[in-house]
Design a protein around this ligand. Structure first.
Ligand code: A3P
Length: 293
């Protein structure tokens, strides 16, 4: 049977953009009023900043490193166990879900449950250097049918810096969350620190969540959340996403998992323009990134 490819039209909504068919504006507006339990955990990312990676780590921590327990819970993907709160239908399910409710989101701060700013629940923000985000997002637009296939890299570069993509401006996203970090129980992490020292990252995450794991359990969480091993686990690499959603012949979701791939894509002029923009946008934010290794 023929299954229609999803819509990839972006719909402007209160300063952000939603994907028609995937997100419903009225639904998104109701997220703000959700009641939050102290055991709730939200992973917040701009797209392509390590969402599936953090899903994998959190799920593994929850089952104390027993990777087979996750595949018993879901045969499709980590996103089934830790869905996006903004995707249509997700909010209703969240209300009645048993604890711990773990969710991910690409939304900006102003849309999220206000209770988070009253220090209810926990938030983990994962940030990645935006040049690598741009490259990863370019390839993801080719793979994912709910996003429009870019004409070419240069065209996508312009769209990204204009914020004309789902997720909007990378700068607005990180600034909206970072400027409220002290109002929330927030752990701020970077993709690069996770690449450079995954064990320390996992330790920070589990202690933030108040989980007391043995050395052996921690080692198992680390082992099953490396790029190499996640690639071999279908739920952790989106290998089972139906072909009407992902054009699998266009590439793999688990693409490279490195720092500095932007150097293989940006021209010198693009890199300089991006640096200028970064310095202008981020001048009041004490955030530094690892751009290459
Ligand atoms: P690349 O396209 O640069 O390879 P998200 O889940 O937010 O969409 O992010 C996807 C990016 O995270 C992809 O980046 C993917 O390869 C990378 N990634 C996922 N798991 C990873 C891991 N364990 N180690 C390193 N990178 C990982």
């Amino acid at each position: 049977t023929h299954v229609e490819a999803p819509n990839h039209e972006l719909v402007p909504h209160r300063g952000i953009k939603l994907i028609k068919g995937t997100h419903d504006p009225d639904d998104v507006d109701q997220i703000y009023d959700l009641e939050i339990r102290d055991s709730d955990v939200f992973v917040v990312t701009y797209p392509k900043s390590g969402t599936i990676w953090m899903q994998q780590i959190l799920l593994l921590i929850e089952v104390k490193g027993d990777v087979t327990a996750i595949s018993k819970l879901s045969s499709s993907s980590n996103a089934e166990l830790m869905p996006w709160i903004e995707v249509t239908g997700s909010r209703e399910a969240f209300i009645t879900a048993p604890s711990p409710r773990m969710r991910v989101t690409h939304l900006q701060y102003q849309f999220m449950p206000r209770a988070l700013s009253q220090k209810k629940g926990k938030v983990i923000y994962v940030a990645r250097n935006p040049k690598d985000v741009l490259v990863s997002y370019f390839y993801f637009h080719k793979l994912a049918n709910m996003l429009e296939t870019p004409k070419d890299f240069d065209d996508f570069f312009e769209k990204f810096i204009r914020g004309d993509v789902f997720g909007c401006s990378w700068f607005k996203h990180i600034k909206s969350w970072y400027s409220h970090k002290d109002d929330m129980n927030m752990l701020f992490m970077t993709f690069e620190e996770m690449i450079q020292d995954l064990k320390s990252a996992v330790e920070r995450i589990s202690s933030f969540l108040g989980k007391d794991l043995s050395d052996e359990q921690l080692a198992s969480v680390v082992k099953h959340s490396t790029f190499k091993n996640m690639k071999k686990i279908p739920q952790a690499s989106y290998e089972h996403v139906p072909s009407h959603l992902f054009s699998h012949q266009m590439g793999r979701f688990m693409r490279k998992g490195t720092i500095g791939d932007w150097k293989n894509h940006f021209t010198v002029a693009q890199s300089e323009r991006f640096d200028d923009l970064f310095h202008r946008e981020m001048k009041d934010f004490p955030l530094s990134f690892t751009w290459d290794v």
